[in-house]
Design a protein around this ligand. Structure first.
Ligand code: GDP
Length: 370
């Protein structure tokens, strides 16, 4: 019997045959989906981007973020086409630990910048950790309520590409597309932990560090070497009975900064207290950033830093591509676990194993070219 529970001893229980499963809820859905993901030619994307068409820009960014080879091909072409129209912006990095008030502040900074300096603002993010949660945290539209609905702003969450190198590259490429679309102010948000700050620093003209008073951040910042990469330090939540503490922290930072050699820009970072939530001194922070930009443009450091960054990213791309090519090589993939075992078992030194793998990789490469 197919359903033993239908036998007479279980009188209260009857199992009825079910209805057939509907194949698809809405037969037109697949057509709608297809229409939405129509891929244009690189020239069409360029055209849309130069017109400032936000939908085209968003789609092009999606291609940049995609891991599919055919998407990457188009994306690279679009970036190449956009390149001559890029570069004409002020790029500002904003970093702070979770809870420092980055999104609240960016919302306020952004509004102030648009109000006082005009133009258009793009908010991007570098958050390699977002791979774990499969949804980016930084740059989420709902976190920046006012900017999210501002007609002159474009907010894009962090790409979820896995490795920091990959995420950072995609953000950098997105900057190029945004600049071509006329966004002349770019914010790059990043979490104040580890190497994502360094990656962010290497693609912006000004790096702002958001700190909190009374959390031991002062010492942490000094220890982590973050002071060396900050162009300005701001202490958030200087409101209510927190003002005094914030001022004290600011003076600690100012003292500490004097212990470091003068930065290459020749400008000692300013330290300011403000409150993003209550909109106190936000205009001062914005002024500090744009005054710095004026100064470095005049001294030539602005262009020098951008050139250095281009060089840095060239080498980073080489490293990234070589690394990927090596690790995606099927022979290497197969050999790696075995070699790892041998190293752990003491049958081989780490150096020997690495050498063996690298030689194998180049041998194969040579053979494939013969
Ligand atoms: P993020 O994680 O760095 O983006 O921080 P959020 O912007 O989400 O802010 C974290 C918390 O701090 C939120 O509850 C905010 O309301 C609060 N907050 C942000 N800025 C301020 C501020 O200037 N003053 C005060 N008192 N609270 C703030």
């Amino acid at each position: 019997m197919e359903h033993p529970e239908n036998s007479s001893e279980y009188e209260g229980l009857m199992v009825n045959s079910g209805v057939d499963h509907q194949e698809i809820v809405n037969p037109y859905l697949s057509k709608i989906r297809k229409r939405r993901t129509k891929i244009y030619t690189p020239e069409e994307y360029l055209d849309g981007i130069l017109r400032g068409d936000v939908a085209m820009l968003s789609q092009a960014v999606t291609l940049v973020e995609s891991t599919l080879r055919e998407h990457q091909k188009i994306a690279q072409k679009v970036i190449e086409l956009c390149l001559p129209y890029s570069g004409n912006s002020v790029r500002i990095g904003i970093s702070g630990v979770p809870g420092a008030g980055k999104s609240t502040s960016i919302d306020m900074f952004g509004l102030k910048v648009l109000e006082q300096y005009g133009g258009k603002l793009a908010v991007l993010a570098i958050d390699p950790s977002s791979e774990k949660t499969k949804g980016s945290i930084l740059g989420d539209k709902t976190r920046m309520e006012q900017l999210a609905v501002h007609p002159k702003s474009f907010i894009r969450p962090s790409p979820t590409a896995g490795s920091l190198g990959g995420v950072a590259r995609k953000t950098r490429e997105t900057i190029i597309l945004c600049e071509a679309a006329g966004y002349d102010k770019i914010f790059v948000e990043t979490v104040g932990v580890g190497q994502s700050e360094t990656a962010c620093h290497s693609m912006v003209d000004f790096f702002l560090l958001i700190q909190l008073a009374g959390t031991g951040d002062e010492l942490q910042g000094i220890k982590r070497g973050i002071m060396e990469i900050a162009d300005g330090i701001v202490i958030n939540k200087a409101d209510g009975n927190n003002v005094e503490k914030a001022e004290l922290a600011a003076s600690h930072f100012r003292n500490a900064l004097h212990l470091f050699p003068k930065p290459a820009s020749g400008i000692i970072p300013e330290v300011l207290c403000y409150s993003g939530f209550y909109n106190l001194n936000v205009d001062k922070v914005v002024k500090m950033i744009f005054d710095y930009i004026d100064k470095v443009k005049e001294s030539g450091y602005f262009q020098y830093r951008r050139n250095e960054q281009s060089k840095y990213w060239m080498y980073e791309s080489i490293n990234e591509q070589l690394r990927n090519d090596f690790y995606y090589n099927p022979t290497i993939k197969e050999m790696l676990p075995e070699m790892e075992k041998m190293v752990l078992g003491g049958q081989m030194t780490s150096f020997m194993a690495a050498n063996g793998l690298i030689n194998k990789y180049f041998d194969e490469l040579r053979k494939s070219q013969e």
